[in-house]
Write a protein that binds this ligand. Structure first.
Ligand SMILES: Cc1cc2nc3c(=O)[nH]c(=O)nc-3n(C[C@H](O)[C@H](O)[C@H](O)COP(=O)(O)OP(=O)(O)OC[C@H]3O[C@@H](n4cnc5c(N)ncnc54)[C@H](O)[C@@H]3O)c2cc1C
Length: 536
């Protein structure tokens, strides 16, 4: 057995698992300046397509991470979802109207997502240690002790201050900590096939066919390929399911899609049971769970990978501040407080979609098929569904680390919206560009203020904060001559933040509003910052 690595010579964070969630975690820790080690028991990256849809909020975080371009180059934008009953379209949800620079879902096989994130991690100077498996762990209030088995059989014991379990649905970490994974398995099994498809369907939308004997989902992706997903009514709850045959896939197409659709050239056929489960706590002492290790849902709605990547995006900046000594460890309690309700909500949403899509009672099916065209056609409903699938409706308003002063639709805990501005040399700047800095961003909207917040006032609010933790910008509205770093000529940025008369907003590094006030008062802002950071 190899000598024990002490916490001092090891990286302060050990990430278990190099799936999409572990990779996001490691990339984000690196971007925020925290060293980490990432291991995966698989000797090679996975080659299967699994999660196919990357939703707008995830594309936004990829943009913040500085890696969205190769995703956009490699993926196929899907502008909405069409519901069909036989040859008739009975409803639709459109992503075009979602308020995001990426108003579409991007179809890209998960193997590609993992490849692009791995390459990005390499650019951060971090190599994935493959063929290294976590086999056991224990912890106390000072450190986590993890046993790692290398592919040559060697065992290594690592002591690390923090361990992040991104080790998937069958998480070794979760088992080792004896954490319950509460939920159940669906009776239905599902068939999945990646094929070429001859059909009359447009290739920029997801198509769902609701039929008497079940659901058929057709998802286009690059190279003229389609993902077919279909539920199979339960015959037994046996775990061992027969292999899928290509003939079975073609028969499903014939039964559930309009006539004449033909599949060919299958590259991946799979049959699986799905479950909906969640841990009660996303953290146990010095161990955090993220992604499938903490929550698994039905693939209906395609939320699993997206939600997991956002778990990592939520945790990384907090952990980086803590390991860098810039924030107190109490900040980390907000990870569970913020992400557990999101996972619960995703579980409920995907469960409802699954039960509705796979209902077998013909009366209930008739009610569903009667109601769907009516409700999904209503803009309000359609937009709400699109926002939820896009994960733009997520907010942390109830978080213990957000603070709201004043009124307005937008509140602390909400995702900070994008807006177009001009800088001092009249160059166009987007707020989302500013949010790419791995720091908090203080926006002081001057609105109709007769006098600008002075640099002394801003300085007094930020005094004594750890270095490089908060950027600040004053923003004028219209043609004001007040001193400021940015100008909101149209007034749309002020309006987007509900601060036409002025106010202040502190945007966290994950793009959510930590603090919002209808005015600029350095004292409560200073108190908020003093709770968030370690202040000299
Ligand atoms: C057929 C299918 C279709 C899906 N479709 C979608 C979709 O359309 N949209 C969507 O959002 N989600 C979808 N999902 C879900 C999505 O694939 C998962 O949510 C996603 O993979 C979770 O990522 P993760 O990083 O948490 O876990 P995983 O991807 O499971 O990665 C875990 C990693 O940890 C490693 N590991 C495990 N144990 C250990 C250990 N003890 N030591 C070291 N390493 C370990 C594994 O080798 C693996 O690389 C689908 C899933 C399936 C199976």
């Amino acid at each position: 057995m190899e000598a024990l690595n002490s916490p001092n010579d090891a990286a302060p964070v050990l990430v278990i698992g190099a799936g999409p969630v572990g990779l996001t975690m490691a990339c984000e820790l690196a971007r925020h300046g925290a060293r980490c080690r990432i291991i995966d028991r698989a000797p090679e990256p996975s080659q299967t397509s699994r999660a196919l849809a990357i939703f707008p909020r995830t594309l936004e975080i990829l943009e913040t991470m500085g890696v969205v371009e190769p995703f956009l180059d490699g993926g196929l934008p899907l502008h909405g979802l069409s519901l069909h009953h036989g040859a008739e379209q009975i409803g639709q949800v459109d992503f075009n109207s979602v308020a995001s620079p990426f108003p579409f879902a991007l179809a890209l096989p998960q193997s590609e997502t993992e490849r692009l994130l791995s390459e990005h991690l390499t650019r951060h100077g971090i190599a994935i240690e493959r063929g290294v498996e976590l086999t056991a762990l224990m912890q106390n209030s000072d450190a986590v002790r993890a046993v790692l088995r290398h592919s040559d059989g060697r065992e290594e014991i690592v002591e690390t201050p923090w361990l992040i379990a991104c080790d998937g649905a069958h998480s070794t970490t979760r088992h080792a900590l004896g954490m319950d994974f509460t939920g159940a398995q669906y009776d239905e099994s599902f068939i999945l096939a990646d094929v070429q498809l001859a059909s009359s369907l447009v290739r920029d939308r997801i198509h769902l066919f609701l039929g008497a004997d079940g659901l058929l989902g057709l998802f286009p992706f690059k190279e003229n390929r389609w993902r077919i997903v279909a539920n199979i009514p339960p015959q037994s709850r046996e775990q061992t399911l027969p292999e899928v045959t290509f003939e079975e896939v073609q028969r499903l197409l014939e039964r559930r899609a309009p006539s004449g659709y033909r599949a060919s050239d299958p590259v991946w056929l799979s049959r699986f049971h799905i479950s909906h489960r969640k841990v009660r706590e996303f953290r146990q002492l010095r161990v955090f769970l993220a992604g499938d290790s903490a929550h698994i849902h039905s693939p209906a709605g395609g939320q699993g990978m997206n939600t997991g990547m956002q778990d990592a995006f939520n945790l990384a900046w907090k952990l980086a501040l803590v390991v860098g000594g810039a924030a107190p460890t109490q900040l980390l309690a907000s990870y569970h407080a913020e992400r557990e309700p999101v996972a619960s909500e995703v579980l409920n949403l995907t469960d409802r979609i699954t039960r509705m899509a796979t209902m077998r009672n013909s009366l209930a099916q008739n009610v569903r098929d009667f109601l769907l065209p009516r409700v999904s056609g209503i803009d309000f409903v359609g937009n709400k569904i699109a926002d939820r699938l896009a994960e733009l409706a997520v907010n942390y308003r109830k978080s213990p680390i957000v603070e709201n002063h004043g009124v307005g639709k937008l509140k602390a805990g909400d995702r900070a919206p994008d807006a177009d501005l001009r800088d001092e040399s009249s160059q166009a700047r987007r707020l989302f560009e500013l949010f790419r800095a791995p720091r908090h961003v203080l926006l002081i909207f001057l609105g109709t203020a007769a006098a600008a917040a002075t640099s002394e006032q801003i300085g007094s609010a930020l005094q004594g904060l750890p270095e490089n933790t908060v950027d600040s910008y004053r923003i004028t509205r219209g043609r004001s001559n007040l001193p400021a770093e940015l100008r909101d000529l149209s007034g749309l940025a002020h309006a987007a933040y509900g601060l036409t008369s002025g106010g202040s907003v502190l945007v966290r590094p994950d793009g959510y509003i930590g603090y919002r006030s209808d005015g600029f008062d350095p004292i409560p802002l200073r108190e908020y910052l003093a709770r968030t950071f370690v202040v000299a």
